[in-house]
Design a protein around this ligand. Structure first.
Ligand SMILES: [Zn+2]
Length: 344
């Protein structure tokens, strides 16, 4: 049996270490990918702390691009030599939500790549073949890896949940983070005027660079809703997307809405917000969540990126065996954009 290098988390809460592992053999319905690039964001740190469940030891890593090198029996959708990106969710592909094109709500949800089965912070990753989608020509492995979480999550959110139109003003809370900075680009692509909210001028400068029209630094301007109203002639924003997901941030998202506005939470935070039902009835405000993206939306995201309409924003790049240095940068709130891993 040939061996590969892998970054393994022995127990949740511990750092990953470089270890030798056997290269997995794809079983029926599975395929093996030689990993060429991976993306790294804050979600991985939460996973590594055990907050997504799953059992350790575990090889993490779900934002991946590479080449199929072997397929198991019965696999028809991919073959050796195909360039592929990885779909993050382990779905049943049979239930009403999967069949109805909303597979992130799967009734028999099997968990996450890199949490409930081994991911791609290793030379190779073996997954259900249905989790591999072809990378279009003109899109490199790194951009494809970014597409699979940092970008497609926004594609689903802006089109299906926040329902952005060109006449909308949209507020993005946490716009300078690894997902948010791609959300700025996607919202811009849908034609919206963008108010970026974050905690540092560096992150807000980055948001401006990628298309934000106005910025709010919550350290200097804690009353975000008042500032949002000031920037919209007293009306409020048509949509507010919260990448942080804490009670305080989502409350300010809701409080910033104009009549008929949509507050959408993407981030996995904690706490409850307060909503007045009478005011909600009178204003028809919408409060909802946005959960990752479907496979179709990931395909669309990669095609749009291949046309150069959304670009990967990489703040730090290192070999996959040095992933802990990116985690350190995220913990210190120093990482601007997404981290990227190389494999050569
Ligand atoms: Zn399902």
């Amino acid at each position: 049996m040939a061996n590969m290098k892998a970054m393994v988390v022995d127990r949740w809460g511990e750092q990953s270490t470089l270890q030798n592992r056997e290269i997995p053999k794809p079983g029926p319905g599975e395929a093996l990918l030689k990993v060429r690039s991976a993306a790294v964001g804050l979600t991985l740190l939460n996973m590594r702390n055990g907050s997504f469940g799953g059992a350790a030891p575990r090889i993490m890593g779900h934002e991946l691009g590479g080449d199929i090198v072997e397929v198991g029996s019965g696999v028809k959708n991919v073959k050796a030599g195909d360039r592929c990106a990885v779909y993050f969710y382990l779905t049943c592909n049979q239930c009403r939500w999967c069949r109805g094109g909303r597979e992130t709500l799967c009734e028999k949800f099997g968990g996450f790549v890199g949490v409930h089965r081994d991911g791609g912070f290793a030379d190779f990753v073996c997954l259900p073949a249905e989790n591999f989608l072809p990378i279009p020509d003109g899109l490199d492995y790194e951009a494809a890896a970014m597409a699979t979480d940092a970008v497609n999550t926004n594609w689903h959110c802006m089109r299906e949940r926040a329902k952005i139109n060109p006449h909308d003003t949209v507020m993005l809370i946490g716009a300078g983070g690894g997902v948010g900075i791609h959300g700025v680009q996607v919202a811009k692509l849908f034609g919206a005027r963008i108010i970026a909210v974050d905690v540092s001028d560096e992150k807000l400068d980055l948001a401006k660079q990628w298309g934000a029209d106005e910025v709010i630094n919550v350290k200097r301007t804690p009353d975000v809703a008042a500032e949002a109203k000031r920037l919209t002639d007293g009306r409020g924003v048509n949509a507010a997307v919260d990448y942080v997901g804490h009670a305080a941030t989502f409350q300010s998202a809701y409080d910033s809405l104009t009549t008929g506005g949509r507050a959408v939470v993407i981030g996995v935070g904690a706490g409850d917000i307060s909503i007045n039902p009478r005011q909600m009835m009178l204003t028809e405000k919408v409060v909802t969540g946005s959960r990752h993206s479907t496979r179709t939306e990931l395909i669309e995201t990669m095609e749009v990126m291949a046309r150069g309409l959304i670009k990967p924003v990489v703040g730090m790049r290192t070999h996959f065996s040095e992933i802990e240095s990116i985690f350190d940068s995220i913990k210190a709130e120093k990482l601007l954009g997404r981290g990227a891993l190389t494999y050569d």
